[in-house]
Design a protein around this ligand. Structure first.
Ligand code: S3P
Length: 444
């Protein structure tokens, strides 16, 4: 386990290109692996998670060329995965395990999906339920007396049929598993979600040549609805993966902490289902300028500049709840970690899903805020964190969770005294260059 020392900073200055988006890299890797032809992907994520997806696609018969410039070439199996010689190792990646289950369930082989100790504990009934309704045969491991099924997963591939499914929890991974299975099932699969989650799968399917219809509800209580006909074939694409806004989030939050920060982020993914963070940064005192923006394969990609502006202390803290919680799910740890330094503080509600991520993120955020001397209240579904606090440097426990390691490295920049991030190597799951970039931009 590695420890990273973080010294307090005075400001954040410079420009940064963050790694390719983790969510989009997973989807492009999987669809390219299934498609016919050779897909070329520039700016593929450097994080370990999307590389777990790539390695699984290789075991399933795709041919993969990894170039030193982070571009990847994937020659797909033209619709027919092969029987892998060994279990499919999803590493730390819930996205790989859940989305891949939907992608392979109709192929006539037996697949075993395994993961690291964190992934092995994560709930998998959420994908087993809809896939079983489609006719899939899936066995999950269950802890003795436990209700929740988890990895290792065994899938006995068989023909699937279409269903009409409503997602019981807002989850883009579950949505994706159903759409990937529906793409290869008999009939037209429909899916409704009442809280709109990230829509990269929809854009990626269209980019690879699939037919898909979408109805986005703009009235309350009307779910967004997707329909995908089965028996479709995909074709290879040339694409550039936009920069990961969830990786950029750490630096956007860091810029907020210091009045004279100036940060430019280029090639940044700004898909509206991911970009709520920009509004929150603005509400918390960030000044964001969009310098360029263009669309590629349905994804928005652009350059932004962020400075911080003083915010007046108000009577009420900023509230994140409901749809906004779902849209910010991966950014909540860093928002919570910097909340004590904001003028008005932060309330996070409806975030019980955070307890079943790579770690129990509510409890680890609470543990590390406590170590830094913050006052706050921990609730079952979130945190209430007053603003205007001074924190001291501390010994931080990442819990082997990449987002916790990076979130508290940012909080440490404004602390009095040095901090040590234990388990700092976890950052490599999504952002291996994080600490080097932080040192390059932090002014002391
Ligand atoms: C992801 C969806 C979210 C998110 C995860 C990536 C995706 O998970 O937390 O980091 O790529 O679809 P859930 O689907 O479990 O909400």
């Amino acid at each position: 386990m590695s420890t990273q020392l973080i010294r307090p900073a005075r400001s954040l200055q410079g420009s940064l290109t963050v790694p390719g988006d983790k969510s989009i890299s997973h989807r492009y890797a999987m669809l390219a692996g299934l498609a016919e032809g050779t897909t070329r992907l520039a700016n593929f994520s450097t994080g370990a998670d999307p590389h777990s997806s790539l390695a699984c696609m290789e075991s399933l018969g795709a041919r993969i060329l990894r170039n030193p410039d982070n571009s990847i070439e994937i020659t797909g199996v033209a619709g027919s995965f092969r029987q892998p010689a060994a279990p499919l190792d999803c590493g730390n990646s819930g996205s790989t395990m859940r989305m891949l289950s939907g992608l392979i369930a109709s192929h006539p082989h037996t697949f075993t999906l395994i993961g690291d100790p964190s992934l092995t504990l994560r709930p998998m009934d959420r994908i087993r339920n809809p896939l079983t309704q489609m006719g899939a045969k899936i066995d999950l491991a269950r802890l003795e007396g436990g209700q929740q099924g988890h990895a290792p997963i065994t899938i006995h591939g068989t023909t699937l049929h279409a269903i009409d499914f409503t997602t019981p929890i807002p989850s883009a991974q579950v949505k994706t598993a159903v759409l990937f299975a529906g793409l290869q099932a008999e009939g037209v699969t429909s899916l409704s979600e009442s809280i709109l989650t990230r829509d990269h799968t929809e854009h990626a399917l269209l980019a690879f040549g699939a037919t898909l219809t979408r109805t986005y509800a703009r009235v309350p209580n009307q779910p967004a609805r997707l329909s995908i006909p089965g028996g479709q074939r995909l074709h290879a694409i040339d694409a550039t993966v936009p920069g990961d806004i969830s990786a950029a989030a750490f630096f956007l939050c860091a810029a907020l902490l210091f009045p004279d920060s100036n940060l430019v982020l280029d090639s940044l993914g700004m898909n509206p289902t991911r970009a709520a963070l920009l509004d929150v940064i603005a509400a918390l005192g960030g000044r964001i300028k969009i310098l360029t923006v263009e669309e590629r394969h349905g994804e928005l990609i652009g350059t932004i500049q962020v400075n911080s502006a003083p915010t007046a202390a108000a009577a009420t803290p900023f509230l994140i709840s409901g749809d906004l919680t779902a849209q910010l799910i991966d950014e909540l740890p860093v928002l919570a970690a910097i909340a004590p330094y904001t003028a008005n503080g932060l309330i996070i509600r409806d975030a019980q899903e955070l307890r079943v991520k790579e770690s129990d993120r509510i409890s680890l955020v609470a543990k590390n805020l406590h170590a830094m001397g913050a006052s706050f209240t921990e609730n079952p579904d979130g945190l209430e964190i007053p603003g205007n606090q001074t924190l001291h440097g501390a010994s931080i426990d990442s819990g082997s969770d990449h987002r916790i390691a990076m979130a508290f490295a940012i909080a440490a920049l404004r602390a009095t005294g040095d901090s040590e991030i234990h388990g700092a190597e976890a950052a490599a799951i999504s952002f291996p260059e994080f600490f080097t970039s932080l040192e390059a931009l932090a002014q002391r």
